[in-house]
Design a protein around this ligand. Structure first.
Ligand SMILES: Cc1cc2nc3c(=O)[nH]c(=O)nc-3n(C[C@H](O)[C@H](O)[C@H](O)COP(=O)(O)OP(=O)(O)OC[C@H]3O[C@@H](n4cnc5c(N)ncnc54)[C@H](O)[C@@H]3O)c2cc1C
Length: 284
């Protein structure tokens, strides 16, 4: 056992012991980049922490035929350096946008997901790729779609004692183009005011299929499916998408907070569609 002055930290020998300790009320600790902030603020007082960050079962990244499986305690930096990021450009773009090298070296994808922040950059590729969340708990294993797992800001479907084991990220069919942009108030270490990620399947400059995911503009990441549908058959050019800017704004349910007003978030989110059209070159 180890203590930080904020809470005791217990180091389980393996995943089974981690689950047992979590079931006794211990809160999983991975990179600590979110959790220690909350503990320091005093908004949370777990009886003890269960350090899962060095469990080999949670750190593996494997690239299979049809999917990548990423251990929940793999750090953003490890994922970025792995073949998984090379095979999934949307994952690379989103993880590169997280904070700074120091935070990326500590923070994990499992922690980003469990945190369930609408501004979590790592969630955007999970929604776009249709990720599955593999859980292990006192009653065994189960898997949920990411959309079933995230219930609201800071709220997930995790049951007491359950730990995220890994994430399955299926390879999309064909070779979609990937886009990710977040807008914030500063250039460095920004928390998104609004973000947009996209996978676009193009043929001769025309959109054949589209998946979009918006961050920071609703209680959870949003897939604006009506806009995805409306994009089909259109040329990828700002003029051709201009009438959908409002539809994208309308798909949001933002709040006003210290960083931005709801109206500003809504406007920015819509306009990111034009940025997407300017950023992805139809031919390249
Ligand atoms: C300065 C700063 C800048 C940041 N910038 C960004 C940013 O740009 N984009 C962004 O998305 N995030 C950002 N973050 C937030 C944070 O770094 C990420 O969310 C990170 O991925 C969290 O991972 P972690 O391993 O540190 O989580 P931890 O802090 O260890 O844990 C977070 C929560 O998840 C739970 N948890 C962790 N792993 C598991 C698991 N396997 N199973 C069940 N529960 C688990 C913990 O119990 C805890 O409640 C920033 C944080 C800081 C301090």
């Amino acid at each position: 056992m180890h203590t930080t002055g904020l809470a005791e930290i217990v180091r389980p020998r393996d995943l089974a012991e981690a689950v047992r300790l979590a079931a006794e009320g211990g809160e999983p600790l991975a990179g600590g980049t979110d959790l220690f902030v909350r503990l320091r603020k005093g908004v949370e007082r777990p009886p003890f922490l269960v350090y899962i960050g060095d469990l080999p079962e949670l750190r593996r990244i494997s690239v299979g035929e049809s999917k990548v499986e990423i251990g929940a305690a793999a750090t953003h930096a490890e994922i970025l350096a792995s073949p998984a990021a090379a095979r999934l450009p949307i994952l690379r773009l989103a993880l590169e946008a997280i904070a700074s090298p120091a935070i990326r070296a500590m923070g994990t994808l499992g922690g980003n997901l469990a945190n369930a922040s609408p501004a979590g950059d790592g969630l955007i590729p999970l929604y776009l790729l249709g990720a599955r969340v593999n859980l292990v708990g006192p009653d065994g294993e189960r898997a949920l779609a990411v959309e079933e797992f995230v219930l609201g800001p800071g709220k997930t479907a995790l049951r007491p004692g359950e730990v995220i084991r890994s994430l399955d990220l299926p390879f999309p069919e064909g070779a979609p183009r990937a886009y990710f942009r977040k807008v914030g108030r500063r250039r460095a270490l920004i928390i998104a005011i609004a973000s947009l990620g996209a996978l676009l399947w193009l043929r001769d400059g025309t959109i054949e299929r589209a998946r979009l995911a918006l961050g920071s503009v609703a209680p959870t990441v949003v897939r604006p499916r009506e806009v995805e549908q409306a994009l089909v058959g259109r040329p990828l050019a700002p003029d051709a998408l201009a009438d959908l800017v409002e539809a994208l704004s309308a798909a949001t349910r933002p709040i006003s907070d210290l960083r931005a007003s709801a109206g500003y978030r809504r406007t920015v989110a819509g306009r990111l569609l034009l940025d997407l059209a300017c950023t992805i070159s139809p031919g390249g």
